[in-house]
Design a protein around this ligand. Structure first.
Ligand code: HEM
Length: 272
């Protein structure tokens, strides 16, 4: 039986876009729990380097600070002759994104992205916060200024966490493009929805790099089949509330309508 993830971001109520940042304790920063992240990440790097890795000129000092920070958290990192952020990312389950302020704008200066939720390093590298979030409805009007201010003012002693969720009909972690999966939703027998439809949850953290002034953004993807919710009636109910109350923008952006019949059938079969 698949186990539930340690995070239940859908339990925050009817789903909508939100900044949703909360402080966490330093010891909660990197959650670990994957025996050998490099064994998953190295083959992707060999096969599709520009989908999973990128850096811009001048980012190596910031990358070195990321590596030092990961080591300081107790992670053993084998650096070799790799770029420092890549070396750090091979040692942790999380994807690592280094944000730096360039010409007054926060930009993605280096990233290792082996569990990208529908974007790639090639598209994202060098982009500003505004450009990265262009596809997110209302982001620039509702959130961009606030997020930029958070990046400007983040104190070194504060670690912030945010989480999000979506559903997809695969448990693959490396999903640069959801289209090939979504094209096969129609093949799913509604009776199998609990096993074939997955809750995909991201847990992200933000942390200042005090020496170089950048911000480290981490992304960890957790997922389990919908049926895992049967282990916890409170989580099942919370998911039903989040799903049924999701805003139109949220539903459209995440293409949740494609899963309506499957998820609805799954919930109804459980009295939700
Ligand atoms: C305080 C920091 C941030 C906030 C509040 C934020 C917020 C959001 C929100 C609301 C979404 C829509 C999906 C969701 O519900 O999460 C999103 C998507 C996304 N975010 Fe962020 N984000 C932040 C930082 C970053 C950073 C540092 C990156 C750099 C890699 C990034 C890259 C993206 C990308 C690539 C997407 C998907 C956009 C697409 O649909 O193509 N975000 N973000």
């Amino acid at each position: 039986m698949s186990s539930l993830a340690p995070h239940a971001p859908y339990a925050d109520g009817p789903a909508d876009f939100a900044i949703g940042l909360k402080p966490i304790a330093p010891q909660a920063w990197l959650e670990g729990g994957e025996a050998d992240p490099a064994a998953r990440k190295d083959p992707l790097l060999a096969a599709e380097p520009d989908l999973v890795w990128g850096e811009i000129e001048g980012s190596r000092p910031g990358q070195a600070e990321v590596l030092a920070m990961v080591r300081a958290a107790g992670v053993r990192v084998e650096e070799g002759d790799r770029p420092p952020l890549l070396a750090a990312a091979r040692a942790v389950p999380d994807d690592l994104c280094l944000m730096e302020r360039r010409d007054g704008v926060w930009r993605l200066a280096a990233l290792s992205l082996c569990a990208g939720s529908f974007f790639t390093a090639r598209e994202a590298i060098g982009h500003s916060l505004g450009e990265l979030h262009a596809p997110v409805p209302g982001f620039s009007a509702r959130f961009l200024r606030r997020v930029e201010r958070i990046f400007d003012g983040l104190r070194p002693d504060l670690i912030l966490e945010r989480r999000n969720w979506s559903v997809l009909n695969t448990d693959a972690l490396h999903t640069p493009d959801p289209a090939p999966y979504r094209a096969r939703i129609g093949e799913i027998d509604p009776a199998d929805a609990g096993q074939r439809v997955f809750l995909r949850m991201e847990r992200q953290t933000l942390r200042r790099l005090p020496q170089t002034g950048g911000v480290l953004f981490t992304i960890r993807v957790w997922r389990h089949p919908l049926a895992a919710l049967d282990q916890d009636p409170a989580r099942l109910k919370a998911f039903a509330v989040a799903w049924r109350g999701a805003s139109d923008d949220f539903r459209a952006y995440k293409k949740l309508h494609l899963f309506d019949a499957l998820v609805d059938g799954f919930l109804r079969a459980r009295g939700e």
